[in-house]
Write a protein that binds this ligand. Structure first.
Ligand SMILES: [Zn+2]
Length: 323
């Protein structure tokens, strides 16, 4: 069946939309401000507007046959209803997003947590493209730490679509409090937010002169990227990055012990740490998994980068149309 697919990545600040052909080629793409303060109805209206506008730009005669939406939180995947989007005003409890957009757009609409969608994207269009039987764990390490798991080429979602929350495994039993209520989660130790906080602390203590010079002493400009850029000059910044990478490595080693995957994929802004991250994670896996050889377990950065979520939403749109 010929037709077009729309993928939507709903974020706290922007809505990204892509229209794709049957082979997954993105034909048109745009993003608008979420303006989440206006409430779910206004956000969904604006989402429908962007999809309609992009579609009319490319081929008015080809019908839209599936829509996939990645959302930042918990969703009922059967009904397409949002359950809890912690970072959006009103938290979108029980909003029938799928039904509302299906009525407006006239085709099946499917919802999925955004990082599970990114995992699906990596599976269909990234590392999994040439390995259809891939078993993989995806860590999306940005403001928070999300995750997703694929077993032999299929996304593993569990009954609530919540399986694969890799960022909320305990790494340090009495560690810092996490947003989920637990203590010492990976997210509390090694999210982009947690890493930047360490960088700012070092800078303000006068222990990171190169970082201070790079950002003109402006704490708001400190991210993993800036810290990585000065890691050779500021030893304590280097140490903070390594500590975070070790925490991510411990989390990855736990996942390796359980799944024995082919691949651990690292995405999100913290992956910009580059080989310092991937090499450390690979070393920690080697050191901590003693029950079986792990030399076949690869650790790599996402091939899709910031597009992983949007590509995954397109893959989800294909599932919506054909299953
Ligand atoms: Zn947590």
């Amino acid at each position: 069946m010929t037709g077009l697919y729309a993928g939507v990545d709903l974020g706290g600040t922007t809505i990204k939309v892509a229209i794709a052909a049957a082979d997954g080629d993105i034909l048109a793409q745009d993003q608008v401000s979420t303006s989440s303060h206006l409430g779910p109805s206004a956000v969904l209206n604006s989402m429908g507007d962007v999809i309609g506008r992009l579609k009319s730009q490319i081929a008015a005669t080809s019908p839209l046959i599936g829509v996939g939406i990645g959302v930042p939180g918990l969703v009922d995947i059967e009904t397409g209803t949002t359950k809890f989007l912690p970072n959006l005003p009103t938290q979108w409890r029980n909003i029938p997003v799928g039904a509302i957009l299906q009525q407006r757009l006239g085709c099946p609409v499917r919802l999925l947590n955004d990082v599970r969608a990114a995992t699906l994207g990596e599976l269909r269009f990234g590392h999994g493209k040439r390995e259809p039987q891939l078993t993989m764990a995806f860590f999306s390490i940005g403001t928070g730490v999300g995750g997703g798991v694929a077993l032999k080429g299929d996304l593993w979602l569990g009954p609530l679509g919540a399986a694969g929350e890799l960022g909320h495994q305990t790494i340090v039993p009495d560690g810092p409090r996490c947003g989920c209520g637990n203590r010492g989660c990976l997210e509390a130790l090694a999210s982009g937010t947690a890493i930047a906080a360490q960088g700012v602390r070092l800078m303000r203590s006068g222990l990171a002169p190169a970082l201070h010079a790079l950002v003109d002493g402006n704490a708001d400009r400190v991210t993993t990227r800036e810290m990585t850029a000065v890691a050779d000059q500021d030893p304590l910044v280097h140490e903070a990055l390594v500590d975070a990478a070790i925490a991510i490595g411990i989390a990855a080693a736990n996942v390796v012990t359980i799944l024995h995957p082919d691949l651990i994929v690292l995405g999100g802004g913290v992956a910009e740490m580059g080989t310092l991250l991937t090499d450390t994670v690979q070393d920690v896996i080697t050191c901590r998994v003693g029950m079986f050889p792990t030399d076949q377990v690869r650790v790599e950065r996402s091939l899709l980068g910031e597009q992983a979520g949007l590509c995954g939403a397109v893959a989800l749109a294909m599932k919506a149309a054909h299953t």
